[in-house]
Design a protein around this ligand. Sequence first.
Ligand code: ACO
Length: 327
Amino acid sequence: MRARITGSGHYVPNKVVTNDDLGKLMSTTDEWIQQRTGIKERHFVDAESVQASDLALPAAKMALEQAKLEPKDVDAIIFATLSPDAHFPGSACFLQTKLGCGQIAALDVRNQCSGFLYALSIADAWIRAGTFRNILIAGAEVHYFGLDMTDRGRDVAVLFGDGAGCVVLQPTDDDDRGVLTCGVHADGVGAKELWMELPASRIRADQVAEGQHYPRMNGKAVFRWAVEKMPEAALTALGKAGKKVEDVDLFIPHQANMRINQLVAERLGVPADRVVHNIQRYGNTTAATIPIGISESWREGKIKEGSTVLMTAFGAGFTWGAALVRF
Ligand code: ACO
């Protein structure tokens, strides 16, 4: 038994914020951002009441419709996010109620940019084990209210955007279809190279004054690790599936930086026309980047029946992973 992706959907809020718009809030320029990251604009929510589960809701409906399922058919929701509706409970619980699913399993995954691949790995195992049949994975982020939009936070704030992507997984007994491999990894040696310390089990006023409730990053260290670990994980995934880079029809890397993805594709030997980039329009939507990439590529005809798609991600933790999926 394998887990097959039978539906996908995505949603981004309407408000578009350009690099020049950010330049009015902090000392940055369109040229700096585009040159280093490839980002031209991102979408942000425009009301504090809009949470990650609200962005996931239309994406989930779109994915269920493509899979020809109703909310009542969903057996489990796995929600990957670093910007949840609340510190607890998980956003999967909020989405379960908003969608109108039954009293099913609802789990949040907190693995940041690798969150979607960790969620895929869990869903794959649940389906193979026969635990659940119809699983909805959501990756959704509302970064806007959690970014330091001043000079202090400019190195991080310019990178992110809000958005959501969902996929539906269902069992198939076709041996050559579905999630062929999905490997996930971590090394806590990098935990403080990219982190947001608060909210934690203790919160002191001086920590807030120091801005520890905003994400902080050693960009150069993250870059170095990402360009090493993403190709490594991708080659491991290909090897385990007995496939080669030439078998890959489409490569959907996590969208943290276009330069990272170009380097990773180059190291793997994936031709540029098989690489999905949407960072120009959305920035880094963290757990949502890969499912947005799947949903857009499927609708644009880049993913077809039988397409072999390689995905890889790297992010905070450090965590990383790669999956090979045949549609
Ligand atoms: N606008 C203008 N100047 C800036 C900005 C900004 N937004 N941010 C920083 N600078 C300045 C710095 O202060 C520095 O100035 P200095 O030379 O006077 O000291 C200069 O620009 C260069 O800064 P660097 O940090 O050296 O720039 P770098 O070339 O490393 O690029 C970047 C920074 C784009 C962040 C890059 O390091 C990167 O992409 N790293 C990986 C990011 C990533 O993958 N994050 C993971 C995803 S997040 C997650 O998992 C949750």
